[in-house]
Design a protein around this ligand. Structure first.
Ligand SMILES: C[S@@+](CC[C@H](N)C(=O)[O-])C[C@H]1O[C@@H](n2cnc3c(N)ncnc32)[C@H](O)[C@@H]1O
Length: 244
């Protein structure tokens, strides 16, 4: 049975890889690296830097990632995309030498990441191992030196799409938003809300901003647009909290 190891690598700082992650990379026989196409080369380079730092002897196999069909409804588009990625992994797995196969997963494999869902499509099912990684949530709250939660408070983790479509989650006090390509906080009434925002967390170009949403929001929209234009892509996360 193929062993498939999903190794959380953190959010872009090679130092985020845990000792367990580094050891798993050294013990792997093969590492699959997704090739995401133009504009995302620096993410592939980061993975190669992490491999070099681990001193692994594993063979590297590249897997070209398919494009999503934006003409389809969201759920169908994502499901078909996952099917196609699984098919490409399956082809790659048939050619690899014996021994554990590792995938470097951004952040932690369990948080807003579909690697586990894609792995579940493989037939025969591989033996899975998950090595946890530092998430964008931790990278954000650490960068701002703020607690994730208030005393005895709950935290809602959600996506930009849900915030846009459904507004402020009912009864929420702290909301962390990921996967937001559109600064969806702009759809909220900013009264009484505070924002802590971070882009490229853990990376050389890390950008941070925070303040009352009414003042910081427009500033973040502008900073995000500039950073995105300069890099060609951006990853950002933010925490919103109601003033006590
Ligand atoms: C597909 S999800 C992956 C999340 C990842 N599995 C984790 O544990 O953080 C991608 C989202 O994570 C957040 N993210 C990941 N890396 C980030 C970084 N370096 N800086 C800011 N946000 C990041 C962004 O919200 C981005 O849209």
């Amino acid at each position: 049975m193929t062993e498939l190891w999903l190794i959380g690598i953190g959010t872009g700082n090679p130092d985020h890889v845990t000792l367990e992650g580094q050891k798993a990379l050294r013990d792997a026989a093969t590492v699959l690296i997704p090739r995401k196409g133009a504009g995302k080369e620096d993410l592939a380079h980061l993975r190669l830097d992490i491999l070099a730092a681990s001193k692994t002897q594993a063979r590297v196999v590249y897997v070209d990632m398919p494009e999503r069909d934006d003409s389809l409804p969201y759920q169908t588009r994502v499901a078909l995309w996952h099917d196609e990625i699984a098919r490409r992994w399956q082809v790659a797995l048939e050619t690899v030498p014996e021994g554990p196969v590792a995938l470097l997963v951004w952040g932690d494999p369990g948080l807003y990441d579909s690697t586990l869902r894609i792995a579940a499509r493989l037939d025969p099912a591989p033996k899975l191992r998950v090595v946890p990684g530092i998430t964008a949530l931790q990278a954000l709250t650490a960068a701002h030196a703020i607690p994730f939660n208030t005393v005895n408070g709950a935290v809602t983790v959600t996506t930009g799409r849900r915030l846009r479509d459904h507004g402020w989650p009912e009864g929420a006090e702290t909301v962390i938003v990921m996967l937001d390509g559109a600064c969806s906080f702009q759809s909220l009434d900013p009264t009484g809300l505070h924002i802590w925002w971070g882009a490229f967390l853990g990376m050389a170009d890390q950008a941070l901003d925070s303040g009352a949403l009414a003042e910081a929001g427009p500033r973040i929209v502008e900073r995000r647009a500039h950073a995105r234009a300069r890099h060609g892509w951006i990853m950002d996360t933010y925490l919103l909290r109601r003033d006590a």
